[in-house]
Design a protein around this ligand. Structure first.
Ligand code: HEM
Ligand code: HEM
Length: 158
């Protein structure tokens, strides 16, 4: 993987698209919970909200795979070496992992009929939101307190 001065337009678009889709599914997850309860009671789920949850969630999975591939082909900016930078890099790694794991667990529960996966799916979705909040606050801290223009790396293509 090469060290580059910033992210490309594709990488930036993927970052914000995935963040938006994750947030959408988190906010409107309740429609899926109702549909899942209905299915488990052998009742046809009402409405189409749960289809949207599946499509949006699978889009997150596919786009994250594209994004990881793009990371290897296009390179990323050099990460710092302070303990804080290392924590931030670890956090970003966890976010990658969770954006794959959450839809995978959802699919296992819904399509795969494995009820055990439903609890971990919701737990992992909560973990994404918590970690993304820490990640976002730290990006804003860099931008507005340390004033090192870090946020602009995810806004202006290199
Ligand atoms: C990034 C993608 C996703 C996020 C952030 C997400 C988030 C959530 C959240 C927050 C809930 C709980 C809603 C509540 O209790 O009010 C939920 C429930 C559920 N989701 Fe997802 N989801 C994603 C992708 C998927 C996918 C791809 C599938 C299936 C193909 C899926 C299947 C389910 C099922 C079956 C439930 C009900 C679980 C239960 O009630 O115990 N999800 N999801
Ligand atoms: C669900 C929401 C989010 C997810 C899953 C997510 C995930 C990620 C990941 C995996 C990276 C690493 C990119 C790489 O180098 O390969 C990253 C970088 C970044 N994210 Fe997020 N992010 C989210 C939301 C946000 C928000 C809300 C902000 C800003 C307020 C933000 C700002 C940034 C910035 C500035 C970088 C570049 C950091 C650097 O180059 O050191 N992200 N994000």
């Amino acid at each position: 993987m090469t060290q580059e001065p910033g992210y490309t337009r594709l990488q930036i678009t993927l970052h914000w698209a995935i963040a938006g889709l994750v947030l959408f599914n988190y906010i409107f997850g309740e429609t899926m919970e109702r549909a899942y309860d209905a299915v488990r009671q052998n009742v046809e789920p009402a409405g189409v909200g749960h289809y949207l949850h599946v499509v949006v969630g699978l889009a997150v999975l596919v786009l994250t795979l594209v994004r990881i591939g793009a990371r290897f082909v296009l390179g990323v900016p050099e990460k710092g070496t302070t303990p804080g930078d290392k924590v931030a890099a670890g956090l970003q790694g966890l976010l990658y992992l969770l954006t794959l794991l959450v839809p995978a667990l959802g699919m296992t529960a819904w399509g795969g009929g494995q009820a055990w996966a439903a609890g971990p799916h919701v737990l992992a979705a909560n973990a994404i939101m918590l970690l993304a909040l820490v990640h976002a606050v730290s990006a804003l801290f860099h931008q507005y307190v340390l004033k090192d223009r870090l946020l602009l790396r995810m806004m202006r293509p290199r």
